[in-house]
Design a protein around this ligand. Structure first.
Ligand SMILES: Nc1nc2c(c(=O)[nH]1)N[C@H]1C(S)=C(S)[C@@H](COP(=O)(O)OP(=O)(O)OC[C@H]3O[C@@H](n4cnc5c(=O)[nH]c(N)nc54)[C@H](O)[C@@H]3O)O[C@H]1N2
Ligand SMILES: Nc1nc2c(c(=O)[nH]1)N[C@H]1C(S)=C(S)[C@@H](COP(=O)(O)OP(=O)(O)OC[C@H]3O[C@@H](n4cnc5c(=O)[nH]c(N)nc54)[C@H](O)[C@@H]3O)O[C@H]1N2
Ligand code: SF4
Ligand SMILES: [Mo]
Length: 758
């Protein structure tokens, strides 16, 4: 049966084999735009579906939180849903709907992309402005931080046009592991002659095939991006016409206030030159000004290649070569992900990399980063259902007015603080569609205290995880292979975007599981907001969503492999004229903002800056003697985040938590390959097995997060998520310091040390 694997962001086209009513295997479907290959996780899909530890029935806690035995009692769906709705309404009445936070597993690592818009609709119709989906660790940089530059999400929504790119730039991104469809697309691009630059402290995946692999020191990416931009500007390797016409580079900045100069009519004053220093006569007298571009050049100029080499570990001549390559081989198509999103200066890094892309003039051009077309549909996330008054109550907004909370995304730190300290108000309830906060986020023990202190917590999941253990009610969720879901296009290319697929259940849900969507619709009616959910009729909701596409559910069900809607890709939309005026960009200046007054007005640097990792030697010299190494992390090929360690075919491939270190660092500490070691940071210590890796810089250590689950079939142990023998890497990380703009936490640049466990 044609289908697609929904276990991660790649959403690979696949064919499922069913024999005697049993789901046997999942194979790639080369005819599908994302179906060239499946990873081992996708191939293990039947193991996931039939796993003995899948949740089968709704559960209610009968013993107090903190008791080692929650005393789970099986209850029916009706009772479970009534209980959940009843408790949520009580909280809403007593403390306002904002006292309930809605959490979800990240759509990048789960099937939540099937339902996230509907979950968002539920939250908004309920009246809560608080959604927790790990935004500060995964997406802020790609989607929201760069909106201060482009007024659009780059490279999150404006994706790399791999099919036509001259040069592909992957920065802290390993698609061979994270998104197979991007990896196969890149290999095809290399075959036709595209060039490739990879920035990664580890030589993994496509780094082996790159023209330039830049082995950056974790957390110094901001300096590297500024240095590359510096060379491009110095040598004149930048698209001057684009920069002049479409960015605010020629606008003048008043040196007295840092604000953009305006004329008497309030219009921005555009200078003739991109560089220099001018005195401008104004009504208040002469004012010294500089063009934005000069300030950009000054900012980058602090990182001459040689200065940057010392900070980043990337040789000066390689920085020069890379700048040249990006210019010569443009258009540049880029993607940047986890490697640069988990730092305390993630916003600056995202803007600094975006700046390089702007210099190459590759925004929204064929072969650059492009907004691929979408199948017309009705939006269903329900923006209109939440009032501005409620939106203004998003946790964290007062502290970071330009951060994720502006878009209703709250961080785990915001949640824990609101529960434990009633700041800015008491949060009392949590609705979790997946997510495993205690393993995925910093300060796990504080997280446990916060979740245990909630008045009510309902968690919907396929498996019981350590976070769900703290819930009052747990709901069993159908896996994506057991549930129908609508995919309005796939991500990777314009042609993938045109495929609409109504994924069919391969087998009926095992036990009593229901899909997240069914749960959302069933809760909506019980919460008295059924009117926004077509009276609880999911099909009616889908029909509404599909209406503008002209497709029907019947047609899609009859063609489970999907139906194509012809679409046309448009480039340079910013230059399209409407009523004689170019569309421009959705920023205050209607241009790309190399210089952001919005950031300035809130006390942040208006051009990207780099001042070193918040806990690095420059900022915290007191830590270096005891913690001379830098801890970063990366995903596992075999598991998604904290999941899948219970699946035997996967667990056999990676039995134990491992941590990579350089042989020199190991030798100095008498650590041998395969030894169990402690990784220690100012926040605590956890265990892992040492794997020696010569390609790393000698002071870099790379761990894996997410270890807790056992695999009974092959006797592979579990690990205490929060105890003294834990392997939970995130016990090593504290929420503070974090990115002042977006709240990103430095999971990928933390001072550490390692020692053999004797
Ligand atoms: N197999 C598998 N696939 C997954 C997931 C999974 O857990 N397993 N998770 C899904 C999710 S949620 C996500 S977010 C994506 C993530 O996809 P990616 O972002 O590609 O994931 P990572 O491998 O964690 O990180 C990418 C690279 O960043 C590098 N890196 C580490 N520190 C730094 C640094 O300071 N600077 C730079 N430049 N690079 C650094 C790492 O060495 C790594 O190779 O993958 C998704 N797909
Ligand atoms: N040190 C370190 N920490 C990190 C990261 C890192 O690279 N290093 N990565 C960060 C990133 S990028 C992310 S996205 C977060 C991920 O954090 P989370 O989004 O919390 O992901 P998981 O830890 O995999 O937990 C997902 C849970 O959701 C459940 N689940 C899976 N599919 C579904 C579904 O379709 N419906 C429902 N209801 N439940 C489902 C799973 O069974 C599992 O219990 O972790 C972050 N934490
Ligand atoms: S990369 Fe693997 S887990 Fe992700 S969708 Fe494809 S087959 Fe499934
Ligand atoms: Mo993620």
């Amino acid at each position: 049966m044609p289908t697609f694997c929904a276990l991660c962001v790649s959403r690979c086209g696949a064919t499922a084999t069913i024999r005697d009513g049993v789901f046997r295997s999942l194979e790639p479907d080369p005819g599908h735009p994302t179906g060239k290959a499946l990873c081992m996780k996708g191939k293990a899909a039947p193991e996931l579906v039939y796993h003995a530890e899948r949740l089968g029935t709704p559960l209610r806690r009968t013993r107090p939180k903190g008791d080692p035995d929650p005393g789970w009692e099986a209850i029916g769906w009706e009772e479970a849903l009534d209980t959940v709705a009843g408790r949520l309404l009580e909280l809403s009445r007593a403390s306002g709907p904002e006292s309930v936070v809605f959490a979800a597993a990240s759509p990048s690592t789960s099937a939540i992309s099937d339902s996230i818009d509907w979950i968002t609709r539920l939250r908004r119709a309920f009246g809560s402005p608080n959604q927790l989906v790990s935004m500060e660790l995964c997406a802020w940089g790609r989607y929201l931080a760069t909106s201060y530059t482009f007024g659009a999400s780059v490279p999150g929504a404006y994706l790399p046009d791999l099919d036509h790119a001259g040069c592909i730039l992957f920065w802290g991104y390993n698609p061979s592991l994270a998104r197979l469809s991007h990896a196969t697309g890149t290999v095809a691009a290399l075959r036709r002659g595209a060039r490739l630059v990879v920035v990664d402290p580890r030589r993994v995946g496509l780094a082996h095939r790159a023209d330039e692999w830049l082995r950056v020191r974790p957390g110094s990416d901001g300096a590297l991006a500024l240095a590359i931009a510096h060379v491009m500007i110095e040598r004149g390797w930048f698209d001057e016409e684009f920069v002049r016409r479409w960015t605010n580079a020629p606008y003048l900045v008043r040196m007295d206030s840092g604000r953009l100069l305006r004329d008497d009519a309030g219009n921005y004053v555009v200078g003739d030159e991109l560089f220099g220093d001018v005195e401008v006569e104004t009504a208040e007298g002469p004012v010294r000004c500089r063009p934005v571009f000069q300030l950009v050049a000054d900012g980058c100029g602090r990182f001459e290649p040689r200065t940057a080499a010392a900070v980043t570990g990337v040789p000066a001549d390689q920085i020069e070569r890379t700048a040249r390559l990006l210019w010569d081989a443009r258009p540049v198509a880029y993607y940047a992900w986890s490697g640069v999103e988990q730092h305390a200066d993630a916003t600056q890094i995202a803007r600094a990399i975006a700046q390089v892309h702007v210099l190459a003039g590759s925004f929204d051009v064929r072969g650059g980063n492009v907004l691929f077309p979408s199948v017309p549909s009705n939006p269903i996330a329900g923006v209109e259902l939440l009032s501005d008054a409620q939106r203004a109550k998003a946790l964290g907004l007062a502290r970071r007015p330009l951060g994720p909370s502006r878009w209703e995304f709250v961080s785990s730190d915001d949640l824990y603080t609101a529960v434990l300290e009633a700041t800015p108000y008491q949060v009392r309830g949590l609705v979790g569609f997946g997510a495993n906060l205690l393993l995925a986020h910093a300060d796990g023990r504080r997280g446990r205290d916060a979740l245990a202190a909630l008045d009510f917590y309902v968690h919907a999941d396929l498996f019981m995880n350590p976070t769900a253990e703290l819930a009052d009610v747990v709901l069993p969720v159908a896996s994506p292979f057991e549930a129908e879901a609508l995919a309005l296009g796939f991500e990777v290319s314009p042609s993938a975007r045109s495929l609409v697929q109504l994924r069919q259940p391969i087998v009926p849900p095992r036990g009593g599981g229901r899909s997240d969507l069914e749960i959302v619709f069933a809760l909506a009616t019980r919460l008295g907001i059924g009117e926004h959910f077509w009276g609880g009729d999911l099909e009616a909701g889908w029909r509404h969503q599909l209406a503008p596409s002209g497709l029907t559910l019947e047609q899609l069900r009859a063609e489970p492999g999907g139906v194509r809607v012809p679409l046309e890709t448009r480039y340079r939309r910013f230059a399209e004229e409407h009523d004689g005026r170019a569309a421009g960009f959705r920023t205050p200046t209607r241009r790309i903002e190399l210089y952001s007054e919005t950031l300035l007005d809130h006390g942040y640097p208006p051009v990207p800056e780099f001042s070193g990792p918040a806990l690095g030697p420059a900022m915290r010299p007191d830590l270096t003697a005891r913690y001379p190494l830098i801890l970063t992390s990366a995903k596992s090929t075999w598991y998604c985040e904290s999941q899948h360690r219970g699946l035997p075919s996967l667990r056999r491939r990676a039995l134990e938590p491992s941590v990579e270190l350089h042989p020199e660092a190991a030798r100095a500490r008498e650590i041998g390959d395969g030894d169990w070691i402690w990784i220690e940071t100012p926040a605590g210590r956890v265990r892992a097995r040492a794997v020696l890796n010569e390609d790393l810089a000698p002071d870099v250590v790379c761990g894996q997060h997410g270890w807790w689950q056992a695999c009974a079939e092959i006797d592979a142990p579990g690990y205490d998520p929060l105890g003294p023998e834990s392997a939970n890497l995130n016990l090593l990380i504290r929420h503070e310091p974090s990115d002042p703009v977006g709240g990103s936490v430095p999971h990928r640049s933390y001072p550490c040390n390692v020692a053999r466990i004797d």
